[in-house]
Design a protein around this ligand. Structure first.
Ligand code: PLP
Length: 167
């Protein structure tokens, strides 16, 4: 939001990593994420990395869109992926479901990439396709219908009851 100053400062700090001599060659900051840019990203990748610090991911909708375009997730167990991930069956987890630890998560990311994701991608297309199909079966269960229903059950119905009791 335009008035979210701490949010804007945070994004600026991330964008400024482009000027850090050590990181400069390794960071790409993609501006103005919108439906069109998203379309190109989710259609153009084989593996989607989403690495929020638990429990800050709201949902991780982009990871679901990737799956519907034939990509696979290698992501932190947060948002939809905490519920949807079956490690090695429909994608891969980074780190553990309970502990938020940057160093352990980085170690887990590289280990899974080197030992599972990359070998499967290059050496076992049959398994890769099975994981893709399994992932699609998982992702289609995370619908807007379910989201609206959960907002209603968990939040709106309580608020509306409170409002009724006040009037
Ligand atoms: C998919 C999408 C989002 C959601 O992104 P997350 O990765 O779930 O945070 C936000 N904005 C646009 C325009 C999108 O297409």
């Amino acid at each position: 939001h335009p008035k979210d100053q701490p949010g804007k400062d945070y994004i600026r700090a991330i964008a400024n990593l482009r000027n850090d001599p050590e990181l400069k060659a390794r960071v790409v900051f993609v501006e103005d994420y919108d439906v069109n840019l998203c379309r190109h990203l989710v259609q153009g990748v084989d593996v989607w990395l989403n690495n929020p610090r638990r429990p800050l991911e709201a949902s991780g909708t982009s990871g679901q869109k990737v799956v519907l375009n034939g990509g696979l997730n290698l992501s932190i167990l947060d948002g939809w992926w905490a519920e949807g991930c079956k490690h090695g069956e429909n994608g891969w987890a980074i780190g553990s479901p309970d502990i938020c630890n940057d160093e352990a998560d980085a170690e887990s990311l590289y280990q899974t990439l080197e030992q599972e994701v990359i070998p499967t991608f290059y050496e076992d297309r049959k398994k890769w396709n099975e994981i893709m199909r399994s992932s699609i079966r998982t992702a289609v269960q995370f619908t807007a219908h379910r989201m609206i229903k959960e907002y209603e059950d968990k939040f709106y119905s309580h608020i509306s009851k409170k409002a009724e009791s006040v009037t």
